[in-house]
Structure formats: C-alpha cells, structure tokens
Design a binder for this molecule. Structure first.
Ligand code: HEM
Length: 447
C-alpha cells in the first residue's frame, strides 16, 4: 500500500473516505458546474485539506487542497496514481489510445520522453517572432471604439501559432483547410465524447457519428501532413514540432509510429491552444479591472524589464487557473492524509482550492503580481500546470506565449472593459473561461 502521510483519526472501516458536504450528489454537481473555482475554494475553507465530493455517475471523488497532500499525490508512485486512466475516461475518443495524456506507466514515460525535448524552455524561444507576427496580424482585425469579445481573438492567435509552430503548416490554402477541420472537430468534442454512455449512433445526424466524421476528416489531414513532411527533402532541418518528432527515437532507437504522431499532435492541439487562449482572455480581463497593475506593467516594460510581465502571467494563472482540478486514479489501496482509500478511487488536486489558500497566498482575492516577485511560490501551492511526472509538457511554452502576446497587447493597444461588471467564470469544455469571453473596447491603437 502506498503510504502518503500519517493516519488521521476520522477514517472508519465502513467508510474510508474523508468527510465532505452532505448535500445530495446532484446539488454538488450543479454547484460545481456553475462555478468550479468558487466551489473548490469554498470547500477548502469549510472542509480543510482533504474532502470528498459526490457526483452523479462518477461517485465519490476525493479532493486534496494542501501543498503537503498535493505533493504526496504528485510525487507518489506513478504506478499507483494513474493519471492516464483518470484522463482517458473523458478524453480518449478525441486524443486516441497513444496520447501522453491518456497513457500510464511505461508507455506514458516513452511518449513523454519523446515529446518533451521540442517543448524545452530554451527551444521554444525560436517561436518568438512567429508569435509576435500572428498577434500583430490578429490585432489588425480589432475594431476601434466598439465592444468585442477578446477570447475568440486570443484563440485565433494561439491556433495560428500551433498550426505553424507545432504542425509546421505554412501553405495558406492548407492552413485554411486545417483551421476549418480543427474548428469543426473542436465543436464536436464535448458532452457526447466525455460520457461513455452517450457514445452511441442514434442516426447519421446525431452527435456521436458527427464527431466520428469530423475526427476522420481531421485525421486524414494530419496523416497527409505526416506523409508530405517525411517526403520533403531537408525536413530534418526544420524546427516545427512535427519535424522534430519525426526524428525522435526512443531508448531502443525506434521512431514514433504514424498513429503515435497523430495522437500526440492532436493532444498538443487539444491541450495547448484553448487553454492558453483562455489564460490570455483572463489576463486582459484582470488587467482591465486592475488599472494600477496595468500601469505597473506598462512602466516596467517601458523600462526594459520583463520580470513584472512574468509575474503578471503567473498571477493570472493563480487567480484564474484555466483548469481547476487534475486527477489520479488509484490502482491499489493508498493512504492519503490518513485515509486508507481503496483501489479504484479518484483523487484530485483542487487547483482552485490551493490557489485561494490564505497561508499560501496572503489576501488571495487580491490580484497582485508582486507576490511572485517577493518570493518563489511553493511548487505544490501554485499548480496551474499540475505536477510530478505528469506536469504539463507545454508549461514553459504556454507561459512564454502568454508573456509574448500580452506584451504586444499592452504596448500596442489601449483597451477598456466594455461593461463595469467583472466577468463571471464559466466552464468551457474542460477550461474555466470568462463568461462573456472578456468583452472589451479598443480605445485606440498605440502604434
Ligand atoms: C495556460 C495554458 C495551459 C494550462 C493551464 C495547462 C494545464 C495543464 C494541466 C493542469 C495538465 C495536467 C497535469 C497533471 O495531471 O498533473 C496538463 C497536461 C498537459 N499539457 Fe498543458 N496546459 C496549458 C498549455 C499547454 C500547452 C501550450 C501544451 C503543448 C504545447 C500543453 C500540453 C500538455 C500535455 C502534453 C499534457 C500531458 C502531460 C502528461 O500527462 O504527461 N499544455 N496541462
């Protein structure tokens, strides 16, 4: 049995799970769906470091919400704490059986090792110019003096970057076709793909067969791109992620199969563009509502330093974590926070619960980037990218991309919020987005 921390007195033989709210499961699910961030932060305060939430269909879910317990979860044996199995329930139809997100154990490690090098901190800086170019191009389409929603624009930028930097597609006609296929695919992923009992053919116009058709069309494009790239003379010298992965070899010297390449590319597409776009939409919203922070940011950039920019991005991801929880499924009984949980239990790190802990982030409801300049955040308290051997592969890329795009926004646009009311949070696929997609008005361009 995995032993994570000392036993606590509450555990009983009859019910090994930690206590939690007594409201009916359906009410807990509704409250979670309405505002997962508020839900998890409130339960961390009322229930403490570890608690059980009951959801219809999923049953009992244990949440941990202290740095110590999160550390135990993230650094526990990956053979006991399966993340792939926890993710696969909802993600496998879209990402496929070889995805680094849905695999565990040795197969996970193999994919992770192959995928990590192209996303290494230093390597990603080669995409800086491309990110700036895509941002400036998109900013040209912003209307002046009229309200518009920012999130679709940030999403077009991050998608444009992924299509070029990750897939290496540059031909305009192919980019247009690719974008349509991705948008159609993204529209079809959702409730029907997340719940196994809904994956049924109820006629050709019903959601499941529509999803299968859009997936087949996207896959056809990706396999074609892989074929074209392999046949391209000198592709070994290209620096997009697909070209790098074509050259990658595992410990036994084997290259990735086409199916593995497809699954990892779709994983990066799925994990990497909507998340970053949503983080950016929050950044704009939070800067608009905190003029003193915006002014500090402008001053620091004008003075030629980007520490404050980095701290702002970190504070955005603390204050509005795009993903509110990450899970592990126990393959064998394990003791966490004193509770001997049975095999098969789901244990989740309550990202939102951690980020609003007063002891980890004093005055947590203040949006204050300075906190990240005053000292380094605890690795197990600031966890927007999860942790351990499953930590987000694109974390450095995402932060770099957010910094680069945000700098362009701040230096080149004078934005104000379209409404005096701050944006509420809304669940969008698996992310937590601004309910109205950050409505803004561009007062004037600054170039
Ligand atoms: C603000 C943007 C992003 C956020 C908030 C985010 C968050 C996360 C989180 C919470 C996880 C799960 C970690 C865990 O289970 O402990 C994850 C995994 C992952 N992310 Fe991200 N992510 C972002 C951007 C990206 C980007 C840009 C990429 C790729 C370019 C990416 C690729 C991945 C991959 C491949 C995994 C699976 C890692 C594994 O299971 O070994 N993500 N991400």
């Amino acid at each position: 049995m995995e032993q994570a921390t000392l036993p606590r007195p509450h555990a009983t033989r009859r019910d090994p799970f930690p206590p939690g709210p007594r409201t009916p499961a359906i009410a807990q699910a509704i409250n979670y769906a309405r505002d997962p961030l508020g839900f998890l932060a409130a339960h961390q305060r009322s229930q403490g470091d570890i608690f059980t939430i009951r959801f219809p269909y999923f049953g009992k879910i244990v949440y941990v919400a202290s740095p110590d317990l999160v550390k135990a979860l993230f650094t526990g044996s990956p053979a006991t704490f399966h993340a792939g199995e926890a993710n696969a329930t909802m993600l496998e139809p879209a990402l496929g059986p070889n995805s680094v997100l849905t695999l565990d154990d040795q197969p996970h490690l193999r994919q992770r090792k192959l995928l990590l090098p192209p996303f290494h901190g230093e390597r990603i800086q080669r995409y800086g110019e491309l990110i700036v170019e895509m941002t400036r191009r998109e900013m040209e389409s912003w209307p002046v003096g009229e309200p518009f929603a920012m999130r679709p624009h940030t999403q077009r930028i991050t998608l444009a970057v992924i299509m070029r930097a990750v897939f290496g597609v540059h031909d305009e006609a192919r980019l247009i076709r690719f974008e349509r296929l991705i948008e159609d695919f993204a529209r079809r992923v959702g409730v029907v793909t997340s719940f196994p009992m809904l994956r049924r053919n109820l006629g050709p116009g019903s959601p499941w067969p529509r999803f299968l058709r859009s997936r087949a069309a996207l896959d056809e494009f990706i396999y074609e791109e892989i074929r074209l790239r392999r046949a391209e003379p000198g592709h070994e010298d290209r620096d997009d992620v697909l070209s790098l992965l074509l050259e990658a070899r595992d410990e036994d010297g084997n290259p990735m199969t086409d199916q593995e390449l497809r699954d990892e590319l779709v994983t990066v597409l799925g994990a990497g563009h909507e998340t970053t776009a949503t983080g950016l939409a929050w950044a704009v919203e939070l800067l608009n509502r905190n003029p003193a922070v915006l002014s500090n940011l402008r001053d620091s950039l004008a003075a030629g330093t980007d520490d404050y920019l980095g701290a702002t991005v970190k504070e955005v991801l603390r204050y509005r974590p795009v993903i509110v929880d990450v899970g592990r499924k126990l393959t064998q009984p394990a003791t966490i926070g004193g509770y001997e949980l049975p095999a098969g239990s789901f244990v989740l790190a309550a990202i939102a619960g951690l980020h609003y802990r007063e002891d980890a982030f004093p005055r947590p409801y203040e949006f204050r980037p300075e906190r990240f300049l005053e000292g380094k955040a605890d690795n197990y308290a600031w966890i927007p990218f999860g942790g351990g051997t499953r930590r987000c592969i694109g974390a450095a890329f995402a932060e770099y991309e957010m910094r680069t795009i945000l700098r362009e926004f701040v230096e080149r646009a004078d934005l104000r919020p379209a409404s005096p009311k701050p944006e509420k949070v809304r669940v969008r696929n698996i992310t937590l987005a601004p309910a109205k997609n950050t409505r803004v008005v561009l007062e004037r361009r600054l170039y």
